[in-house]
Design a protein around this ligand. Structure first.
Ligand code: F3S
Length: 390
């Protein structure tokens, strides 16, 4: 790889041990993927924040990184952690888990990371611009910013994103290069317009195309539709970027005439729905994967404000602290039904310790609740899900 003099010096340890280790990791990744050089980034979004997913090994690793004097050089935000830092006891979290989780947050904070702990930082706290190079490590969020904003990031892992944040640079390969952002396949879509249908669309398309870049025709996603579709495609497949005809900023930059065309309609959505639904009986409903937006919080409040909760099913509404603060009145209505949680989500919290059957309106959650949380899943539209408790 071609490194500048300053980058060589970092690799020799002249900027400290943490920077040296970060440079070692980034250049090793760059060599594996054939990067010619490094590129400056404007922001990072870090995963590897839940004690459930990183365990004691991850905690020790972070303690070491902090001891080495690590500080992030660019705006860096943190993904959801294993609990709401103020309401963890209501989530049935043990004191031991809470103590370790709070320490993890503290360690990230001491490195200069914004510990808002949300998977939708692009709605407020960390908003890249078109053409920005960034290093993001949350599969739904990185797909969203690649596609809907036109920022450039690869599908980073937790340690890679942290190393990039410490250096303010990442290896220049993959989706950082315009030539690799071209679509691989056209998806002609004929579905309705609900957010849940977009989630099923993402589920179906991810299963069909794996890690290719799709070019959609026939849809017009807004924020809520795009974030759920991105999450579903990143979990049923490993899609890191998509184009939408007439919507995404780079859709017109490539020639699609020769591409394979795949049709996705109601039958494909039904197949995705049938595969995800594995129970009719649930103990928990968890909404907000990716985190609920202001619009979604408002719609839920309207949906339930004249209803009475009759069935004893716990409900978690997962969002960011910024959104919760802005939606004070709606939150009061929603809390009649369940907990409005921040910092966390159903997948990265240890719900398997308390529940075995969970309802969600997100196909991304539907996938991971089964594979990472040992849950039987009910995956339905939000109105259908909430009818379970009226
Ligand atoms: Fe966010 Fe958790 Fe879903 S991190 S995208 S709510 S799995």
């Amino acid at each position: 790889m071609n490194l500048t003099k300053d980058e060589e010096a970092i690799l020799k340890g002249e900027s400290g041990e943490s920077a040296r280790k970060a440079m070692e990791l980034i250049t090793a990744i760059g060599k594996i993927y054939g990067a010619e050089d490094l590129v400056n980034i404007t922001s990072a979004h870090l995963s590897g924040a839940s004690y459930k997913t990183i365990g004691d090994g991850g905690l020790i690793y972070l303690e070491d990184v902090v001891k080495g004097g690590a500080k992030v050089k660019v705006k860096s935000t943190l993904n959801p952690v294993g609990m709401d830092r103020n309401r963890w006891s209501e989530m049935h979290i043990s004191e031991d888990f809470a103590k370790k989780q709070l320490r993890i947050i503290e360690l990230y904070k001491s490195m200069g990371v914004n510990t808002t702990c949300s998977c939708t930082p692009y709605t407020g706290v960390n908003v890249p611009k078109l053409g920005d190079h960034v290093a993001w490590a949350e599969s739904s969020a990185l797909s969203y910013v690649n596609s809907m904003i036109g920022a450039r990031t690869n599908r980073e892992g937790g340690p890679g994103a942290l190393a990039a944040a410490i250096l303010g640079k990442t290896a220049n390969y993959g989706l950082h290069l315009k030539k690799n952002r071209k679509p691989d396949v056209v998806i002609d879509v004929n579905i309705g317009g609900s957010v849940f249908e977009y989630s099923l669309l993402g589920q179906a398309v991810g299963s069909i195309i794996g890690n290719k870049i799709p070019y959609f025709r026939g849809i017009k996603p807004g924020l809520e539709e795009a974030k759920t579709m991105a999450g579903a495609m990143a979990s049923s497949g490993s899609v890191a970027m998509f184009h939408v005809d007439g919507v995404t900023p780079e859709y017109a930059d490539f020639d699609i005439d020769e591409l394979e065309v795949i049709y996705v309609g109601k039958d494909e959505l039904k197949e995705a729905y049938d595969k995800l639904n594995t129970t009719d009986d649930i103990q928990l409903i968890s909404l907000g994967c990716p985190h609920l937006t202001e619009k979604e919080i408002h719609e839920i409040a309207l949906m339930i404000r004249s209803k009475k909760k009759k069935k004893d099913v716990e409900i978690w509404f997962c969002t960011s602290s910024a959104v919760k603060e802005k939606c004070h009145e709606d939150v009061k209505i929603i809390e009649e039904f369940g907990l409005v949680l921040t910092d966390t989500c159903m997948v990265v919290s240890p719900i398997e310790k308390s529940f075995s059957c969970t309802g969600t309106n997100s196909c991304k959650a539907g996938n991971y609740l089964q594979t990472l949380c040992s849950q039987k899943v009910m995956c339905k539209d939000i109105t259908q899900l909430l009818k379970v408790v009226y």
